[in-house]
Design a protein around this ligand. Structure first.
Ligand code: UT7
Length: 330
């Protein structure tokens, strides 16, 4: 029997590009409307990075804030685990590029390919590595530049996604705040083709054909993904609570993946957590995939809605399919 907490959050930081793209901006290029986007998704605007701002750079900015909050320097990091669905390059990992930018010379670094749950998968991995004695201070990141893998001509996906990064220092538990009381992750690869990028990988390497077919961009069967999201987010809530040995009424704040306001509402309803105890910022950032949970956490802290000692339920879902959750005593 493993005794938790093994790790605790010691610092958090986020970074988003300055440029705001509103629903009205999409009305100029796509057959869509602000009303449709708000009603069906809850999104009003999202951030988009320019060519000069890479995923590694967004990650660096978020990581430096997380390090400062933890009172640590880059050389104190033992491991860098970066969740992303939009890596800067296919080789090497964005985590290695981030390591170089930070000067984190004592760390190992690798990416986690788990789509939107990337940040919580990274948390699960960090917890396991600390338990295995691979180091005491892990830097976990969820960072995306989804604007580069979304098809600007596809109204069913282009309007959904945004860019941004969130980072946290997860260290060996000291009995302090931020204790991770439970973690959970699960996947179902049979559903991969409901949310995927068909071209540009080893199966169908980048070619004129891939580009002409636009198969290097995200393809999504929205309605099917929606149904699975509601189901798996519910299961993930139950599992994290069960593993932490608590019930939903003991949760002070639900911090769900920000994909769609209707999915968030359904998740809260399943968990019987009132909406006033739910972090929602999908309206401001859209779906930032793996960055979404740290961005919501950070907003809750800055707004004073998340306070030390609160019990948080983090839950997420994404392509793969993958889903994950955690309970944290903040
Ligand atoms: O991060 C985790 C992974 N992603 C998700 O969790 C996303 C899950 N899915 C969703 O959030 C929703 O399914 C969407 C927001 C993507 C779509 O909403 P929906 O209510 O499921 O719409 P739909 O796909 O069933 O489409 C309804 C209609 C269609 O028109 P017809 O066939 O009824 O004439 C679409 O062509 O809405 C149309 N449509 C749009 N109309 C205006 C699709 N996108 C747009 C758009 N503007 N941007």
């Amino acid at each position: 029997m493993i005794r938790r907490p093994i790790v605790e959050f010691a610092g958090l930081g986020v970074a988003v590009p300055d440029r705001v793209v509103t629903n009205a901006d999409f009305e100029k290029t796509l057959e869509t409307s602000d009303q449709w986007i708000v009603e069906r998704t809850g999104i009003r605007e999202r951030r988009v990075a320019g060519p000069e701002q890479t995923v590694a750079m967004l990650s660096r900015d978020a990581s430096l804030l997380a390090l400062a909050a933890a009172g640590l320097g880059p050389e104190d990091i033992h491991g860098i685990i970066l969740g992303t669905a939009s890596p800067d390059r296919l080789l090497p990992s964005t985590a290695c590029d981030l390591q170089a930018l930070l000067g984190a010379k004592n760390a190992f670094a690798f990416d986690v390919a788990a789509a939107c749950p990337g940040f919580l998968f990274a948390l699960n991995v960090a917890e396991g590595l600390v338990a295995a004695g691979q180091g005491e201070n892990m830097l976990i990141i969820g960072a995306e530049k989804l604007s580069t893998i979304s098809d600007p001509t596809d109204r069913s996906t282009a309007i959904l996604f945004g860019d941004g990064a969130g980072a946290a220092i997860v260290r060996k538990a000291t009995g302090g705040s931020g204790a991770v009381l439970s973690t959970y992750m699960k996947s179902d690869g049979r559903l991969a083709d409901l949310l995927y990028r068909p071209g540009g990988g080893a199966v169908d390497p980048i070619s004129d054909k891939v580009v002409a077919e636009r198969s290097h961009f995200i393809k999504m069967a929205g309605r099917e993904v929606f149904k699975s999201a509601v189901k798996t987010m519910a299961e993930a809530c139950d599992k994290a609570l069960e593993r932490a040995g608590i019930t939903a009424d003991q949760v002070d704040m639900l911090v769900p993946h920000q994909a769609n306001l209707r999915i968030i509402e359904a998740t809260a309803k399943h968990a019987e957590i009132p909406l006033k105890k739910v972090m929602i910022n999908v309206d401001r950032y859209g779906n930032t995939s793996s960055a979404s949970i740290p961005l919501a956490l950070d907003q809750g802290i800055k707004e004073g809605r998340i306070q030390p000692g609160m019990t948080l339920l983090l839950v997420t879902f994404g392509g793969g399919f993958t889903w994950a959750s955690a309970v944290v005593k903040w």
